[in-house]
Structures are given as C-alpha cells and as structure tokens.
Design a protein around this ligand. Structure first.
Ligand code: F0G
Length: 424
C-alpha cells in the first residue's frame, strides 16, 4: 500500500478502506497520506514522473485521458484503475486574454477555467475520486450537502455506476435553477432542506454517522485527492513552471486545502522546485475564514452566512478550515481577503466581457486579485493564476452588472427596425 489515512492534528493512522471521515483519537480531519519516497522510487523520481505525465497528455487511453487520472500515481495510487469512474474530467483551458490582463493591471494573468468540466464546475475532479473510492468500497448509497455544484457532480458521477444511489441535501431556494436542474436530471434524490448550507452539512454528517450512507463532501479525504489535480494540471500547462500566485475563492475550504496538499507533494516528489503564494478570497457576506486570518488564526471563527451573488460560497462554518489554515501558514506570504458584492460582480463582468464566462464565485477570486494589486501585495509583473471554479452558465440570474448591464432590446421583425437598432 502506498497510502494511509492520517489525522492532520495528532498524526494517528487509520486503515484507508475503513469508512471514516474524522480521527478516531481526536476527531480532527483526516487526509490521505502517501508514501512519497516509495512513489518517487517506484517511478524514478521527479523527472521521470514529469515525463510520464507529459507522455499521457493527449492520450486517448482511459482513464489517463482524464485531467485527474493522468496523475493516478500521485492521486490515489492504491485505487485499481478498474474502479475509476471518469467522464473524463479536467483538461480545462488556461486562458490568457490581453483585455482582461489590462483591466486587472496584471502582466501575466491566467484564468484556469474549471467551468469547462463535465458538470461545469471544479467539483468533478474531487467527485471522480470520491465516487471511484465509493465504488471500490462497494458502497450502495452516497450523499452530500451542497450549495449546488457538489450536488451536480455527485449526481452525475453516481449516475454512471450500477447499484449506486445518490442523495443530495440542498438549502431550499438558495441555489441557482441551473444547479438544481442538474441534480434532478441526473436522477439524484434531491432534498430541499429548510435551512442554509451549514444546516445541510450538519444533517448529512449525522445521517452518514448513523446510517450506511457514504459521505461525499470534501470532508471525505478521497475527494481532496482528485481536487489536487487542478494545481498539477496548471503547472503542467505552464511547462512545469510554478506561478508566483494562485488566487482562489473559498467557501468550505476544500479546494484551497487540496491545492496546497498537491503542491506540497509535488515539491517533495521533485515535480516542482518551489511553492507559490496563495490568495484565498471570500465574499464579505460569508467571510469566516477571512476573520480567522485577521485574528492570526488564534481562533476558528464561524458566522451566519448572509445572501450573496456568490451563492456557492455562502458558508458560515467551513468544514476544511483546519486544513486550509495550514496551507495559508505553510505557503509563505499567502493571504486571505474578503470582497464586497459590487466588487465581485464588477470583476465577473470584466472576465465575461473578455470572453471568459465565469460564475460569481470566480468573480470573488478576480475581485481579490484586483484588491491585492491595488494594495501592491501582488506585483504587476508577477505571474498569477486565478482559479475560476464554475461556468457563468450555471448562474444565469447573475448574468450582468449595474450600469454595464447588457439587456435584450425588443425589436420588430423587420430589417429596417434591426438596421435602426444597430445604428447603421
Ligand atoms: N466556487 C464554486 C463554484 C463552488 O461551488 C464552491 C463550493 C467554491 C467555489 C468553494 O470551494 O468549498 O472548496 O472552498 N461549493 C460547494 C458545493 C460548497 O456544495 O458545491 P470550497
């Protein structure tokens, strides 16, 4: 075996095939701990691993054509390939648009568009790993709480597996119609709960503790392993060059935890030679992680999250707080910020108008970039990768912003009227 389950606080080890989400000794979060020395040795070190991943790029071979399973050896090396449930996912574009760079006054800005995944969000990367592991364990029922994207991904990946039923707990009236339509279309049992995401999260934890229901929120450490692939793929797309900054929106804090874990392992394996800085950005309406950061992480703040256009990150008690805190502390020079509604909508509009249609949650990250450029924390010449976590098409009700709003103009079905409307 190349991996065990390790408690992030007390280092206690657990058998990875045991269904367990928290440490038996101290109840903290668990992570999949890989034997990196062994993986490095078996595959001939960092250079050889890089070559292996390069050789698979463009491959049609399943599942290596996936932007997650291309990195199988460093994702879940003990998972037999026959158990992999893949669409495939990943292989998303890294956009570089001059107009957007100009608008953010950044000389080298890449937008990693995770909205190009099969269910239009980054959640597919974690879910391919989580559902594969559920299949490997022979689970019959999986569940999650969600602000709409995890549920879409869970429903989609479970739908492809015989004998696997999915249930999703959603905060009623607080997710977008498109996200809801996804869970329904893929056939998941969809429960609209009278409460917010944090209530759904508590309920699904209680459910999975008391019943044979496999929990597939990012508290499940196997999901984090798949999500790690975002960082690896970005760096491969940059020719194995590490950018100065990753800027990432934070809700439950699974994504930033995964990004950090993947990069630390990549460095230990010799795939990269340094670590970037990370900017974790929240919406002011749901900013517990930011508040914890401002207090030097001396205490773990929770809030009652308020409504925000960034509805997917309307979370008051991030489950992966402790993992994310360790990432921010470990990656020297990393920062956390919170941005307002106008800022996030304006930033989203800039990306949209530049031809990269992002969700309002991604707008939070972009607004964070703008703020950090203004503060001078991110220098103009520094290379920046913003993770756009979902596609704008999932949030059509947040399509446009303020005075810049683009609206359909009613016009008669006559050429003259059209010519006049176009000012020709
Ligand atoms: N962006 C989008 C589009 C999301 O859906 C989420 C989380 C995040 C950012 C934040 O990522 O939670 O790892 O910090 N959505 C979860 C869900 C909570 O249920 O879909 P995180």
């Amino acid at each position: 075996m190349s991996s065990t389950l390790r408690c992030i606080a007390c280092d206690a080890r657990h058998e990875p095939r045991e269904v367990r989400y928290r440490c038996a000794r101290c109840d903290d979060l668990l992570e999949v701990a890989h034997d990196l020395d062994r993986i490095g040795r078996e595959h001939g070190g960092g250079d050889a691993l890089r070559e292996l991943f390069e050789a698979r790029l463009g491959s049609r071979e399943r599942p290596y054509h996936s932007g997650v399973w291309r990195y199988h050896e460093v994702i879940l090396p003990d998972l037999p390939l026959g158990d992999v449930v893949s669409k495939p996912e990943g292989n998303t574009s890294l956009y570089r648009v001059e107009a957007i760079e100009r608008a953010f006054d950044a000389a080298e800005l890449h937008i990693k568009h995770e909205g190009e995944n099969p269910t239009l969000s980054f959640k597919d990367r974690g879910m391919t790993a989580g559902v594969s592991w559920a299949k490997h364990l022979g689970m019959a029922r999986v569940a999650c709480a969600s602000t709409g994207d995890t549920s879409a991904a869970l429903a989609a990946y479970a739908a492809g597996v015989d004998g696997l039923d999915a249930a999703v707990l959603l905060p009623r009236g607080k997710i977008s119609p498109e996200q809801l339509a996804q869970a329904l279309a893929y056939g998941a049992t969809t429960l609209a709960v009278d409460g917010d995401f944090d209530v759904c999260m508590r309920l699904v934890r209680e459910l999975s503790a008391a019943h044979p229901v496999y929990l597939l929120n990012s508290m499940n450490p196997f999901r984090i392993e798949g999500q790690k692939a975002i960082g690896l793929e970005v760096i491969q797309q940059l020719g194995w060059r590490v950018p100065d900054w990753f800027v990432i929106p934070v809700g439950n804090a699974g994504n930033v935890s995964a990004l950090g874990k993947g990069l630390i392992e990549a460095k230990a394996l010799g795939l990269i030679d340094r670590l970037p800085r990370i900017a974790a950005i929240q919406a002011e309406a749901a900013d517990p992680f930011h508040r914890s950061f401002l207090g030097g992480f001396r205490e773990r703040v929770t809030v009652t999250a308020r409504p925000t256009a960034a509805s997917a990150i309307r979370i008051g008690a991030p489950v992966s707080h402790d993992k994310a805190r360790r990432v921010i502390e470990r990656f020297e020079g990393s920062v956390v910020r919170a941005v307002g509604e106008d800022e996030l909508l304006e930033a989203k509009t800039i990306a949209d108008r530049g031809g990269v249609a992002v969700c309002p949650n991604s707008g939070v990250a972009l607004a964070g970039l703008r703020r950090l450029r203004t503060e001078g924390v991110i220098g103009r010449a520094e290379s920046v990768v913003v993770i756009a976590t979902a596609h704008g098409a999932k949030f059509s009700q947040v399509a446009d912003h303020g005075e810049a709003a683009n609206r359909p103009r009613p016009v008669a079905a006559e050429l003259d009227a059209i010519v006049a409307a176009l000012g020709l």
